[in-house]
Design a protein around this ligand. Structure first.
Ligand code: SF4
Length: 63
């Protein structure tokens, strides 16, 4: 699994960082900061859930 985030689309809502703070963080401007591009197998489902929670569809997953 590989993750990418689109900082141009991110609206800084923070759901990703609240749900999975070891993978997603936010900068001072609230925009998403990706901490892990390739999270471990055990995080796959949580990453999918975080992507689904994002209101601006800014999280992309390549399996
Ligand atoms: S949930 Fe989406 S909009 Fe909110 S900070 Fe994360 S990537 Fe940005």
């Amino acid at each position: 699994m590989r993750i990418s985030t689109d900082s141009d689309k991110c609206v800084g809502a923070g759901q990703c960082a609240m749900f999975l703070p070891d993978v997603f963080d936010q900068g001072d401007d609230g925009v998403v900061v990706l901490l892990q591009e390739q999270p471990s197998e055990g995080k796959r489902q949580d990453v999918r859930t975080a992507a689904a929670l994002c209101p601006s569809n800014s999280i992309r997953i390549v399996e």
